[in-house]
Design a protein around this ligand. Structure first.
Ligand SMILES: [Zn+2]
Length: 466
């Protein structure tokens, strides 16, 4: 029955169930994978929380000195496996291991090596290292793939230092103009008050490439990304692998509330234009609206000017991140927030405030490619058969929709793409104590290996490599 069901979705031959392959014996090396992860984390380790050498978080902000060091490490590691490594105008690094066919676009395994300022050791890092581990397994087994296979390290995925997430895969997909990305200024100014741009920092650390950052200059046959779930679902349901079918829609805004700065002691409530109080009400309202419509709303940054204890703020800016699995529902969340913000600022803010919206990011819901999903699914099912059963319903894998944005959202626009999720302790991410067990890291890499080799095999049948 399972076979029929799978065959019903057959698209290119990657759907076979647990038939044995000549690559079924290829196994990732768990301790080598973990060793690589933690070796790399020496560059940018921060926020110690325990005695073990690995019990720190990370602060490897994009294009800082630690990021240069991990990039150099990435290149050296890939070159030691016989890969050719290049980087483009956005500093995206591509390591390619040649297949029998050396000219067709490669299948890429990608993620990112930059972190949040209070980040962990797995977000992005697991994905890149899983790709490198797959290359190591292929290398040590002298395994020749049909087409080329490689690993990509995307620049500034987090958007934490240069405030546009996944900006460099966005440039590659030609969804973000190169100049816009280059001119992004870092969020926090230097000691001299200056903010450096991405281009300046790429240049400074030696990663401003000449290869055009474009899918036209560097086409990919497919893009697979292993990532920690960053949520609590797999762990709570005692499952091991998320087969990710898409990513929920999200939008980022900067909201500016303008009032008037007056004395905290001499200005009665009735005479106030208190932008901070107004902003607080708007934030609470966004939470209410998102809850009602089954979405999410978050404010992560709030700043008030002039910033005095006994003076009302004349201007408050805050960020608003709204999300929903459906584009239409997300539009409803936005529409209702806009209407309510206008009403509250007019009617519930004493003498009234002004609200301005600036859209920063618009990321529609993403639906990954059925061929890539099928390759991940076949691989996940085979691997889950060998694991101890922990889930109550006897299924260790689960179809999932990603709550977070990823580089895969952009690659999906230009090549077949999908993702693999691994269990994340308590769902904690963007936090120094973010954790994925060694076993779960290895499962992610093993599913990746099986998915990539299935997809590679299917390219022959598709005539993709002629
Ligand atoms: Zn990530």
């Amino acid at each position: 029955m399972a076979t029929n069901e799978v065959n019903g979705h057959k698209t290119n031959g990657v759907n076979e169930t647990a038939t044995k392959h000549d690559f079924s014996s290829l196994k990732v090396n768990q301790s080598r994978l973990l060793d690589a992860i933690h070796t790399g984390c020496k560059f940018g380790a921060d926020h110690r929380y325990g005695d073990d050498p690995t019990e720190t978080g990370m602060a490897r902000l994009s294009l800082n000195d630690a990021d240069k060091q991990i990039r150099d490490w990435f290149t050296a590691t890939a070159e030691s496996l016989g890969c050719k490594v290049t980087f483009d105008q956005m500093g995206n690094q591509f390591a390619i291991r040649a297949g029998k066919n050396k000219t067709a676009p490669p299948i890429m395994m990608g993620s990112h090596l930059d972190t949040q300022p209070t980040g962990g050791r797995y977000d992005g890092i697991l994905g890149v290292n899983s790709g490198l581990e797959v290359l190591k397994v292929l290398h040590e087994n002298n395994f020749e793939t049909e087409g080329s296979v490689g690993v990509v390290n995307w620049t500034n995925e987090e958007g934490a230092r240069f405030p546009m997430m996944a900006v460099s895969s966005g440039v590659w997909a030609e969804a973000v103009p190169l100049e816009t990305a280059w001119n992004l200024a870092e969020v926090s100014p230097r000691e001299d008050g200056q903010r450096r741009t991405m281009k300046q920092e790429l240049e400074r650390i030696g990663y401003l490439g000449t290869q055009p950052a474009s899918y036209k200059a560097f086409p990919m046959a497919a893009h697979f990304e292993v990532h920690i779930e960053q949520g609590p679902i797999l762990e709570a349901e005692k499952r091991r692998v998320g087969i990710v079918k898409g990513v929920q829609a999200f939008k980022w805004f900067e909201i500016t509330v303008k009032g008037r700065d007056t004395h905290a002691g001499t200005t009665p409530f009735s005479a106030r234009m208190d932008s901070m109080l107004c902003a607080a009400k708007l934030i609470v309202e966004s939470n209410k609206v998102a809850k009602k419509l089954g979405g999410l709303a978050t404010t992560g940054i709030l700043t008030g000017l002039p910033g005095s204890i006994n003076t009302m703020a004349h201007t408050v800016t805050f960020t608003l991140d709204i999300r929903h699995t459906e584009d239409e529902k997300l539009a409803e969340v936005e529409k209702e927030c806009r209407a309510e913000f206008a009403r509250i600022s007019r009617e519930e803010s004493e003498k009234g405030c002004q609200v301005e919206w600036q859209e920063l990011v618009d990321s529609p819901a993403v639906i990954f490619h059925p061929d890539c999903i099928a390759a991940v699914e076949a691989s996940a099912k085979e691997i889950c058969q060998e694991l101890p059963m922990t889930a109550d319903d006897g299924q260790l894998w689960k179809y999932m929709i990603s709550g977070a944005g990823h580089d895969s959202c952009y690659t999906n626009r230009r090549c077949p793409t999908s993702m693999i999720f691994t269990s994340t302790r308590e769902g904690i991410s963007h936090n120094p104590q973010e954790y994925c067990s060694p076993e779960d890291c290895a499962i992610g890499a093993q599913v990746l290996l099986g998915a990539v080799l299935r997809y590679d095999r299917s390219r022959v049948e598709q005539g993709d490599l002629k």
